[in-house]
Design a protein around this ligand. Structure first.
Ligand code: NAD
Length: 406
């Protein structure tokens, strides 16, 4: 993907000087935040603290009525921070230049956007091809936060990490809540309680947070990851790292797919660890591919009665063969939970973190004068640009669209 040189024209003021704008010749950029309509989504793309900063920088921020209510940011807090509350989607989007979202827009939502609108949020493009095609056809510009490169300079914009951190925390708490045992060791007048054993499969961002949370609750924690580099991080959290003679670190710090021989070795070691665990939290993922199966039906059969599996990879196929996304099933005394959208369960803080990620991303799109940048030359913008001026810029998504004849 090359540098996009098409200019993004700042809107010139005709007549009055807008309040708040640093440069009187530049109209404030109108930033709109719709209410998320996806089932179960409780987060909102901005929070009052960030609105205050944006309005102070001269932008106009509009929030759709009730957009933050489910994350415990009521309209009046947004108003106090300087936002305008829009009573309808039409009012929200009228003249809006930038739209901030959590979930990808549906094709119907894209139809409400004017040509040239910039939408920023998670786009999950491989699973939203129809909406991507509609953004292309309507000449909407879309930045996908999943595509933000994991370079040091982009850390403050890394929404995948901020939300995965929350997911890992919620998974550990969910495990504790559903486990018939205490997590910590207890020495009481009613006897001594042995601590629970928690196994984390996949020690990326979510897995490390699950490890830290389970440790804080007092459990014995073991973890495994195909990337050997994860071992040091696991041990630094006080957990035991399960070693296998495999190093599957691939490009960009992500895992590569294992060979069939490696998979068998891994399977044996993982099965033994699963069998001795009270709670297993699985987070193993390979970007763009179906999640690897780490817990087979046979392994579930040898687990302890009362054991709980929280399969964080449920939405991408599951790390347990028996997982059903969005459901809890019971198999031979083992509870298998396939949660969806765990970050939405603590929407107050996940919205806050997400809003800060977006604020940071916006700083690349708006110059010091408060005007939209003329060209997307920053490497972070180039990498995360999904659709622009009728073109799908992300090659894998473009290929999927061609294959799907969209
Ligand atoms: P992810 O969600 O893609 O995967 C989760 C974990 O599953 C990864 O650690 C992966 O190695 C592991 N995994 C994959 N297949 C496995 C298997 N068969 N068995 C066991 N584990 C398996 O990963 P993520 O949490 O998004 O992070 C991926 C990497 O990116 C990590 O190294 C992380 O530290 C790094 N990262 C870097 C930055 C940065 O530099 N800004 C930011 C975030 C993450």
């Amino acid at each position: 993907m090359g540098i996009v040189s098409t200019p993004i024209i700042a809107q010139e003021v005709k007549g009055s000087i807008p309040a708040g704008s640093k440069n009187p010749t530049i109209m404030p950029v109108v930033v709109a935040v719709p209410k998320e309509l996806a089932p179960g989504e409780q987060r909102v793309a901005t929070v009052p603290e960030v609105v205050q900063k944006l309005t102070k920088s001269g932008h106009e921020v509009r929030i759709e009525h009730d957009a933050g209510t489910r994350a415990y940011y009521p309209d009046d807090l947004f108003t106090a921070a300087g936002a305008k509350i829009a009573s309808s989607r039409t009012e929200l989007l009228d003249g809006a230049r930038i739209v901030l979202r959590v979930q990808p827009p549906t094709a119907a939502e894209v139809d409400q956007l004017a040509e040239g609108t910039i939408v920023i949020g998670f786009m999950n493009p491989a699973h939203n091809l129809e909406a991507v095609a509609r953004m292309r056809d309507r000449k909407v510009t879309a930045f996908a936060l999943e595509l933000v490169p994991r370079i040091t300079r982009a850390q403050s914009m890394d929404a995948l990490s901020s939300q995965a951190t929350a997911g890992g925390y919620v998974a550990a708490v969910m495990g504790a809540y559903n486990c018939p045992k205490f997590f910590p060791m207890l020495m009481t007048a009613a006897g001594t309680i042995r601590p629970a054993t928690v196994l984390i499969l996949g020690a990326g961002v979510a897995g490390l947070m699950a490890i830290a949370t389970a440790k804080r609750l007092g459990a014995i924690v073991e973890a495994y990851d195909v990337r050997r580099a994860a071992g040091e991080q696991v041990r630094s959290l006080g957990a035991k790292f399960l070693e296998l003679e495999i190093n599957a670190e691939g490009q960009g710090g992500y895992a590569r797919e294992l060979t069939s021989e490696e998979k068998e070795k891994e399977q044996q070691m993982v099965s033994a660890a699963v069998a001795r665990a009270d709670i297993v939290i699985t987070t193993a993922a390979i970007p763009g591919r179906k999640a690897p199966v780490l817990i087979t039906r046979e392994t579930v059969a040898i687990m302890r009665p009362g054991a709980v599996i929280i399969d964080m990879a449920a939405e991408s196929g599951g790390n347990c063969e028996l997982t059903q996304a969005g459901k809890t099933i019971r198999e031979q005394g083992v509870m298998i939970i396939g949660p969806q959208n765990l970050p939405a369960r603590i929407p107050f803080h996940t919205s806050q973190m997400y809003a800060k990620n977006l604020q940071s991303f916006l700083s690349l799109l708006v110059d010091k004068e408060g005007a939209l940048v003329q060209e997307f030359t920053d490497e972070i913008l180039i990498a995360s640009l999904l659709v622009h001026e009728g073109n799908v810029c992300h090659v894998p998504t473009r290929d999927l669209l061609i294959r799907g004849k969209l």
